[in-house]
Design a protein around this ligand. Structure first.
Ligand code: 3H9
Length: 697
């Protein structure tokens, strides 16, 4: 008997149990076990009906994602499901936890589906660059119609049990002690009432109603052109659902299979599967003491009610954790609170919150002008402007007022956590929590480990990050940490490319071509031209060799970016669309003349290589210095913090696909041409020498 799928008789019902922790994924042993257990149940004269159930925390979360890209192993999932579909005894799938992807497809191949409250179902294959390849695109439209099926499969949305029952995806939601109990109850009913076998494949009514409705599919495709232009699988999903409507079931299944294979072989599938596992790696921190327990965070203090502090506060109150928000002046506090309220009111207008919820959240924010109010907070996050002296003063104060064991965090994006910690007598409690703007929206959280930060504090900020629904990545302490350190390299290179002859729009277009939502210069306009200018000025003051730049002239001309409707680009009233501006071309030309630069044409390849490879080279240095734990952590930082297209897997995964040898050759060439900024990372050289990739580390 299979280790992962069991069979037993309960009264007159045969029970098939999938037991493959953690999520009962449908690996080859489970698939074989499902067939064997079904055969046993069908041959068992004592069993009048069969119940299929998952052991542990969930029904079945889908195909085993680790098998994609490997040679297929028999039996295939569609074949397994056909066996269930064709069974001559009623089979009831009893769902709990999640029934996702192949898991829901198995359930759709059973004759009945029941769920306990709290269950979620969905076909999230699209998030992995796939489409449901075991009948999901053929059976779901037969239950919910083509339009709803398209919406659900293209979004990959999870549907809660009551809604699933309303849509007809499950037959009944049953309040029972366990999913098994729910399944047994329903199976008893089916047998005692002698209900006929109800096969989804035979339910023609909904698809017949959509037959010939070309407009439905054309409209849906048009919507995708806007929302998912660069993606491969959403368009294939439309083809597959259309096949469900146009073709007899078996031919539709055939078509789904072909389309599934196309997706399986696409580079986007490889990138998205990498991103899926990369995200699940971030919580694994080598060397962290096994007994490092996360401290309980029941009350948070935040210093600074500006854009950043306010956004950070919202994350906590959104999950019900009260925040004391501290400012130095009443006006600043009032302004900050008004912005938070406006954000919530906007969500209410869009129907995402009720007015009562807005009030509840506002009540969780306690405004304060007095550090004394931090006496019993469990975590403080300082979010004031980037000035070391100010931050040190604040941390000195926190050291005096906060209770022992409080976690003291700074939201600095560039400054040294160790130096900040030195202002306290408890550096082991000091850590960085670097949020990305807008902090209530962006998912990335770089948690910065100082030299003395304790394991317990690290465990705490990683777990609290998850609790507030961020993607927390642990990074080491250095200028700019992981994300901004790489970004600044790219920014400087982009500026140089324009010095040499490219237009800002040309430099940006290669990045949007790669799938970034915006290029370097559109991003500078969003962040504010003053931000980069002030950083360059600070570095000049500190004696660093930061060459003059045409971007300094933008600042001097008062072109501060989107906020003044003019920066590198110009912006029309109320629009965020960057429009190239001849004024800026003139300013760049002047700058080149002043510097004695004769502009040259720069190829698209060079524009892309210089902006991307400089980041990859820096990423390699970051890895070698241990600032990032693993290459895939850098990928997660870029996907969630800077909009790197997840379907390319992140910059380091992308580099592996391009070929590290090719990248190193160019890095060396640029080093010879442009000097030290391009010094090859020793790790990159070593990997090429050893014929390895970042993914092999
Ligand atoms: C599919 O079904 C294709 C078919 O249509 C056609 C086939 C022909 N496989 O996320 P968590 C692991 S495509 C293997 O931290 P949570 C995960 O790596 C699939 N492993 O927990 C982690 O391992 P570790 C369609 C999987 O509670 C552990 O389980 N299905 C799979 O936050 C816990 O995961 C999906 O896309 C898997 N399918 O969330 C569902 N799923 O501990 C993908 C999880 O070693 N999964 N693992 O790091 C999810 O969305 C979430 O994992 C889930 C649980 C909601 C289930």
């Amino acid at each position: 008997m299979s280790q992962v799928v069991g069979y037993e008789l309960r009264g007159n019902i045969g029970v098939i149990t999938v037991d493959n922790p953690p999520v009962n994924a449908l690996g080859k042993d489970v698939r074989a076990g499902l067939v064997a257990a079904l055969e046993q149940g069908l041959a068992d004269d004592g069993a009048k009906a069969l119940v299929l159930v998952g052991a542990g925390r969930t029904f079945i979360a889908g195909a085993d994602i680790r098998e994609f890209g490997k040679p297929p192993a028999e039996p295939s999932l569609p074949d397994v499901i056909t066996r269930y579909d064709e069974a001559d005894k009623p089979v009831v799938a009893a769902l709990h936890g999640t029934a996702l992807g192949g898991g829901l497809e198995v359930a759709l191949g059973c004759h009945y589906r029941v769920a306990v409250p709290g269950t979620k179902v969905g076909l999230p294959e699209v998030k992995l660059g796939l489409l449901p390849g075991a009948g999901g695109t053929q059976r779901l439209p037969r239950l919910v119609g083509a339009q709803k099926a398209l919406e659900l499969i293209v979004s990959g949305e999870f549907v809660a049990a009551p809604k699933a029952a309303e849509l007809g995806i499950v037959d009944e939601v049953i309040e029972a002690e366990s999913p098994l109990e729910a399944g047994l109850q329903f199976a008893e009913k089916v047998t005692s009432e002698k209900r006929p076998l109800k096969r989804v494949r035979d339910q023609e009514e909904k698809v017949a109603a959509d037959r010939g409705n070309e407009a439905l599919f054309d409209e849906f495709r048009k919507g995708l052109e806007k929302k998912a232009r660069n993606l491969f699988s959403p368009f294939k999903i439309v083809d597959a659902v259309k096949a469900a409507v146009d073709l007899p079931f078996d031919e539709g299944m055939q078509r789904e299979r072909e389309l599934f294979r196309e997706c399986l072989e696409s580079p986007q599938r490889a990138g998205l599967v990498h991103a899926f596992f990369a995200e699940r790696q971030i919580g694994k921190i080598p060397g962290l003491a096994a007994d490092a327990k996360s401290r309980e965070i029941k009350h948070v203090g935040i210093i600074g009610a500006g854009t950043m502090g306010g956004g950070i506060a919202m994350n906590f109150v959104n999950v019900g954790i009260p925040v004391t928000l501290l400012e130095v002046k009443q006006e600043a506090l009032d302004r900050g609170l008004a912005v938070i309220r406006r954000n919530y009111e906007n969500s209410a207008k869009k129907g995402r919150l009720t007015q009562a919820q807005v009030e509840q959240r506002m009540e969780l924010i306690r405004p304060s002008l007095d550090y004394g109010d931090f006496a019993d907070v469990d975590l403080v996050i300082e979010a004031v402007f980037e000035n070391m002296d100010v931050k040190k003063q604040i941390f000195g104060k926190l050291d005096e007022v906060c209770k022992p064991g409080a976690v003291l965090a700074s939201n600095t994006s560039t400054l040294s956590i160790d130096e900040i910690a030195s202002a306290t007598k408890r550096p082991e409690d000091v850590v960085g929590m670097h949020f990305f703007s807008p902090a209530n929206v962006m998912k990335l959280l770089e948690n910065v480990r100082g030299e003395k930060t304790s394991d317990e504090v690290i465990a705490t900020v990683m777990s609290v990050g998850k609790k507030i629904k961020k993607v927390p990545v642990l990074v080491g302490n250095c200028y700019g940490f992981v994300g901004n350190r790489m970004l600044h390299k790219r920014g400087a290179e982009a500026m140089t490319l324009v010095n040499e002859g490219a237009s800002p729009a040309e430099a940006d277009s290669v990045l949007t071509g790669l799938g970034f939502p915006m290029g370097q210069f559109a991003m500078s306009d969003l962040a504010g031209i003053d931000v980069g200018y002030l950083i360059r000025q600070e570095r000049r003051k500190a004696g660093e060799d930061v060459p003059a730049s045409w971007m300094d002239k933008l600042y001097e001309a008062g072109r501060l970016g989107q906020k003044t409707q003019a920066g590198v680009y110009r912006y029309e009233e109320g629009s965020r669309k960057p429009i190239p501006d001849p004024e800026v071309d003139k300013l760049i030309e002047e700058f080149r003349k002043e510097q004695g630069i004769t502009p040259r044409e720069i190829s698209k390849d060079e524009l892309l290589e210089r902006q991307m490879y400089i980041m990859i080279n820096e990423g390699a240095k970051i890895l070698e210095e241990g600032i990032a734990i693993r290459a895939s952590d850098i990928d997660v930082v870029w996907i969630y913090g800077y909009g790197f297209p997840a379907y390319r897997g992140g910059p380091m995964f992308w580099a592996d696909q391009v070929g590290l040898d090719k990248i190193l050759d160019r890095v060396k060439e640029f080093h010879a041409r442009f000097g030290d900024a391009w010094k090859p990372a020793p790790l990159l050289e070593r990997l090429v020498r050893e014929g390895k990739k970042f993914g092999d580390l």
